[in-house]
Design a protein around this ligand. Structure first.
Ligand SMILES: *[C@@H]1O[C@H](CO)[C@@H](O)[C@H](O)[C@H]1NC(C)=O
Ligand SMILES: *[C@@H]1O[C@H](CO)[C@@H](O)[C@H](O)[C@H]1NC(C)=O
Ligand SMILES: *[C@@H]1O[C@H](CO)[C@@H](O)[C@H](O)[C@H]1NC(C)=O
Length: 539
C-alpha cells in the first residue's frame, strides 16, 4: 500500500491532474453559488437549485481540462488551497529546518506486516435495513463526495465531547499537505458540534451524507466523551471496518485508540498506543507501547493533544511521503525535541497574577489560524481561565485559514461590554488583517496597553496587527519567522516565546502550545503549567 501511495506522489502526472481537476471543482463550488455554510446549503435545498451546481453542470465541463480554464480556476481556488500559505503567509515556503522538525526523530517506526484485519460486517444494518435513502439533498455534500474521489480524501469524524485540538490540528495539517479533508459530524441531527472545553466547531457534512464515500485515511480524534460517542456510532464503525478491511490507512489519537478502534477489534495483533490513563483499556490482544506516535501496518495511533502535530505530520508522510511531510512541518515551527522542558524568554518581568479566574478575550475572524486559536482557547480553559471567544464577523461562525469552521461565543460588540485581564490574538494572515482593520478591537488593545494590562499575539498577528498600530513600541517581540522583517526590533525574535512586561508574543502553530503554557505559567505559576503539559502529553 505504502509503495502505491508514494507512487501517486504529487509530482506524478496523475496526481497533478487530480489536483488540477479538484481545483477546478473547488472554483465551481465557489462560483456556482453553493453556500459554503452547510446549514444554509440544506436550507436552500438541492431541489430548488436544480439549475444550480448539480452534477449536470459539472459534467458539462467534462473533458480534458484546457490550460486557459485551468489558469482562472486555479487562481480562484487559492482561497481553498493553502499549499503555499503557511502562517497564512506565502512568504516563508520551504523546509529549511526539516531535520529540526522533530517528527522524524520521535517517530517510532515499526512496520511488521499487519495480520489480516477483521472483515467488515457484511450487513451494515444501519445502512441497509432502513428504507432506501432519498437522493442526497445536500449539494455541498455531493460536491464534497466528488472532490473526495479526486484527491487524497480524508475523513475526520467529530462528536460532542471531541478534543478540539486533536481534531483541528489533524484537519489543518492534512489540508496544508493538500488533502481533501471532510470534517463530519456523527450526530445525525446537527453539523454544529460542541467539543470538549466548550470549543464549538461546525462540520463540513453529516457523516450520514458520506456513508458511501471512499477515503484514503480515516482519523479519529480523542477526548471524552467524544471517543465513546464515536465508538457508539454504528455507521462510523461500519465505515471504518470496511475501510480497514480494504487495507487502507486508519488512525486514532488520545482516548480513541482504546475506546473506539480497540473496542471495534481493529487494533488486535497490532502495536498501538493511546492516552496514558487509557493504556489499560486497550484490549489484551493489542501490543501496547508508549510511543508518541506508533505506526503498525495501516494503523497509526498516538497519545494526546501534545502529540497531535507529530501524529498529523506522520499521517501526511504516510499519504504523501517524507518530502511532503518535511515541507508541511517546516513552516509550522514545530518543537525540535520532545521531552524537553518548555520555556520562554522573559524581559522586564512583572507579576501577571490577576486572580484565580482571569477574563481572557480571544478574537477570531475569517482567516484566523484554527490550530493556534483552538490551542489557546482549550489550554487556557483547562487552566480554569474564563475565555471569551469573540467573532469579528457578522456571524458567530467563522471560516478559519484552513477552512475549519469555528463558532464563537459572542460577537465582538457584545464582547466589548466587559473588561479583560488579557487579550490574545491568534495568527493566520487573514485573521491578523481582520484584527488590524477593526478599529474597535485595536482601540481596546490600545487601552489595554496604556493601562499596562496584559495582551499578546502569535504568528502573523504581532507583525500585522500589533506592530503597525504601535503596540510593540519599546517592546521585544517575535512573530511568524517569515514576518520577522516587519518587526522594528528584531533582537529577540529568534525565541519561540517572548514575554516583555505585560506583552507576550510567539512564532506559529508549532509554538502555540508553549505560548499557551507560558501564559498559564505567568497567570498561575509554573506548577500548574507543568501539570497541564503532562496531562496533554506535551513532554
Ligand atoms: C493568476 O495568478 C498569477 C500568479 O499568481 C497572476 O500572475 C495572474 O495575474 C492571476 N490571474 C488572475 C486572473 O487573477
Ligand atoms: C526592559 O528590559 C530591557 C532589557 O533588559 C531594558 O533595556 C528596557 O529598558 C526595559 N524596559 C522597561 C520599560 O523597563
Ligand atoms: C466570512 O466567511 C463567511 C463564510 O464564507 C462569509 O459569509 C462572510 O462574508 C465572510 N466575512 C467577510 C468579512 O469576508
Amino acid at each position: 500500500m505504502r509503495g502505491l501511495r508514494s507512487f501517486r506522489g504529487p509530482s506524478s502526472p496523475r496526481a497533478l491532474a487530480r489536483v488540477w481537476w479538484s481545483s477546478f471543482l473547488y472554483a465551481l463550488l465557489f462560483f456556482s453559488g453553493v453556500p459554503t455554510d452547510s446549514s444554509a446549503a440544506t436550507a436552500r435545498g438541492w431541489e430548488e437549485n436544480s439549475n444550480g451546481p448539480g452534477p449536470s453542470s459539472i459534467s458539462s465541463h467534462e473533458g480534458p481540462p484546457g490550460p486557459a480554464r485551468a489558469h482562472s480556476s486555479i487562481n480562484e481556488s487559492r482561497f481553498l488551497r493553502d499549499d503555499d500559505d503557511n502562517c497564512g503567509s506565502g512568504s516563508w515556503g520551504g523546509s529549511r529546518s526539516a531535520e529540526k522538525n522533530g517528527h522524524a526523530a520521535t517517530r517510532c517506526l515499526h512496520s511488521s506486516s499487519s495480520p489480516p484485519l477483521p472483515l467488515p460486517s457484511q450487513n451494515p444494518t444501519s445502512l441497509s435495513s432502513s428504507p432506501p435513502p432519498p437522493p442526497n439533498p445536500n449539494p455541498r455534500a455531493r460536491l464534497l463526495l466528488l472532490l473526495l474521489r479526486l484527491r487524497h480524501g480524508v475523513l475526520v469524524p467529530i462528536a460532542s465531547g471531541t478534543e478540539p485540538m486533536e481534531a483541528v490540528i489533524t484537519v489543518d495539517v492534512l489540508r496544508r499537505a493538500g488533502a481533501d479533508v471532510a470534517v463530519a459530524s456523527v450526530d445525525p441531527g446537527s453539523a454544529q458540534v460542541g467539543g470538549a472545553w466548550g470549543v464549538k466547531l461546525a462540520a463540513d457534512a453529516l457523516l450520514a451524507d458520506l456513508a458511501d464515500a471512499e477515503f484514503d485515511l480515516i482519523s479519529l480524534p480523542g477526548g471524552m466523551p467524544g471517543s465513546s460517542n464515536l465508538r457508539d456510532c454504528k455507521l462510523l464503525e461500519n465505515m471504518v471496518k470496511r475501510h480497514a478491511g480494504k487495507g487502507k490507512l486508519y488512525a486514532a489519537i488520545c482516548a480513541a485508540p482504546a475506546v473506539a478502534l480497540g473496542s471495534w477489534g481493529l487494533l488486535n495483533g497490532l502495536k498501538a498506543t493511546c492516552y496514558p490513563s487509557f493504556m489499560d483499556k486497550l484490549p489484551s490482544e493489542v501490543n501496547a507501547v508508549e510511543s508518541r506516535v506508533q505506526i503498525d501496518g495501516n494503523c497509526v495511533t498516538s497519545r494526546g493533544p501534545g502529540t497531535a502535530m507529530e501524529y498529523s505530520v506522520v499521517l501526511v508522510e504516510q499519504l504523501y511521503g517524507k518530502e511532503k511531510a518535511d515541507e508541511v512541518a517546516g513552516p509550522m515551527v514545530m518543537r525540535p525535541h520532545h521531552g524537553v522542558e518548555f520555556s520562554m524568554k522573559e524581559l522586564n518581568s512583572t507579576s501577571w497574577n490577576v486572580g484565580e479566574t482571569p477574563q481572557i478575550l480571544v478574537p477570531i475572524a475569517n482567516g484566523t489560524e484554527e490550530m493556534e486559536a483552538t490551542m489557546i482557547i482549550d489550554i487556557l480553559r483547562r487552566a480554569k481561565a474564563n475565555v471569551v471567544v469573540a467573532s469579528l464577523e457578522e456571524t458567530l461562525e467563522i471560516v478559519a485559514s484552513r477552512k475549519v469552521k469555528m463558532v464563537a461565543d459572542v460577537l465582538l460588540d457584545d464582547a466589548l461590554k466587559q473588561q479583560y485581564d488579557l487579550i490574545l490574538l491568534p495568527g493566520g494572515l487573514g485573521g491578523a488583517q481582520a484584527y488590524a482593520k477593526s478599529d474597535k478591537l485595536i482601540g481596546l488593545i490600545k487601552k489595554q496597553a496604556e493601562a499596562n494590562k496584559l495582551y499578546g499575539a502569535i504568528c502573523a498577528s504581532p507583525a500585522i496587527a500589533l506592530e503597525p498600530h504601535g503596540l510593540l513600541k519599546g517592546k521585544k517581540a517575535t512573530s511568524f519567522p517569515g514576518m520577522w522583517n516587519k518587526l522594528s526590533d528584531q533582537s529577540e525574535c529568534k525565541n519561540r516565546v517572548v514575554v516583555d512586561g505585560n506583552l507576550i508574543t510567539s512564532q506559529g502553530p508549532g509554538t502555540s502550545m508553549e505560548f499557551s503554557l507560558a501564559i498559564v505559567e505567568k497567570l498561575f505559576g509554573r506548577d500548574r503549567a507543568v501539570e497541564l503539559a503532562k496531562t496533554m502529553v506535551v513532554m
